[in-house]
Design a protein around this ligand. Structure first.
Ligand code: APR
Length: 316
């Protein structure tokens, strides 16, 4: 199974590397506009293969879409990342142009591909991709919820540690829905748990509030520390989405998808739980949100619509 990753920057190269290490794809093509960068990173990864037991063939190309022919999944990370103090929405003008031209090129060679959008502002870029390509909605999704959920689990585990419970991160469950946006993402406290124990029964309200607040600014915290946006967890999250599709694992994962009546919303892309499998989005799972979470989700929808309004030019 062939996978293409467009953009060989921090996120794209990490995605290719994690996919290769997981050995679920036969081939990964890494494509970048910058001469030689994708080729060099692919070569570096392949030179780690004998040590890491990698069977996946990673190749790098400079803007050569013919090499991406017949990809089952295409990941779009091309675009500019945030710098400290920037919101994801600040990137919309630049990234809309990049994403649109990349998607046209990708589909010319892989007309049946499932597209995963990473470029920010991701909810708007996913909507742009869906609307401009007119692809069926099962084939276009954006990364956000899985990454934000993983950060939520991390911060819940931190609070458990502070409360004297040395929790393993993999024992913590939590889901984030809504926009991939510092202000309006919605960590679902009512469904968060530590090995089946509702988090509300084991952590104080103050500790939960702290985990929620830290989750929401999780991306900005990393951008502030590193000077550009993060890549290890985003790369792992994207590789997880690709692996779930390629192996038809049908896992329940929050992803940014087009809503057509689910959650009472129409005509926008936003994060909700979906079952992911070989066809891409196999099903959107409508779960009940409690009063406060519903309000927060509605605010998130409103913000996503406001951002989408800036796409009018790109969609004309
Ligand atoms: N075609 C192919 N590659 C492109 C194009 C294009 N039209 N335009 C830019 N690129 C490439 C750049 O050359 C660069 O190598 O995209 C890559 C982006 O890499 P980084 O600058 O390292 O950005 P990264 O941290 O990987 O983030 C990529 O993901 O999380 C989001 O906000 C982030 O939108 C950003 C994207």
């Amino acid at each position: 199974m062939k996978v293409t990753v467009v953009g060989a920057g921090n996120v794209g190269a990490t995605v290719a590397n994690v996919i290769a290490m997981k050995n679920f794809a036969s081939e990964v093509v890494l494509l970048d506009i910058k001469e030689g960068v994708a080729e060099g990173k692919a070569m570096d990864m392949m030179q780690s293969a004998p040590m890491l037991g990698i069977d996946t063939m990673v190749t790098g190309v400079t803007n050569d879409y013919a090499a991406t022919f017949g990809s089952k999944v295409v990941v779009i990370t091309s675009g500019v990342p945030r710098k400290p103090g920037m919101s994801r929405e600040d990137l919309i003008g630049t990234n809309a142009k990049i994403v649109k031209s990349v998607v046209d090129n990708v589909l010319a060679y892989s007309p049946d591909a499932i597209l995963i959008v990473i470029s920010n502002p991701m909810d708007a870029m996913t909507y742009l991709t869906l609307k401009s390509t007119k692809l069926p909605r099962n084939r276009v999704l954006g990364l956000g919820g899985l990454l934000d959920s993983s950060r939520f689990k991390y911060y819940l585990a931190q609070e458990l540690h502070k409360a004297g419970i040395p929790a393993s991160l993999t024992d913590v469950d939590g889901m984030v829905v809504g926009g991939h946006n510092d202000k309006t993402m919605v960590p679902l406290v009512s469904y968060a748990a530590y090995r089946g124990i509702p988090i509300t029964k084991i952590l104080s309200q103050a500790a939960i509030d702290e985990a929620v607040a830290q989750t929401k600014k999780g991306g900005a915290t990393l951008t502030g520390l590193i000077g550009t946006s993060a890549w290890y967890a985003p790369g792992a999250a994207v590789a997880t989405l690709v692996g779930t599709i390629v192996t038809d694992a049908r896992k329940l994962i929050p992803c940014c998808v087009y809503l057509d009546g689910e959650y009472g919303e129409h005509d926008l892309c936003i994060g909700v739980p979906v079952i992911l499998g070989a066809k891409g989005v196999e099903r959107i799972v409508d779960v009940a949100l409690d009063g406060k979470e519903k309000e927060a989700f509605e605010a998130s929808v409103k913000a996503a619509r406001e951002t989408n309004a800036h796409l009018a030019g790109a969609l004309a």
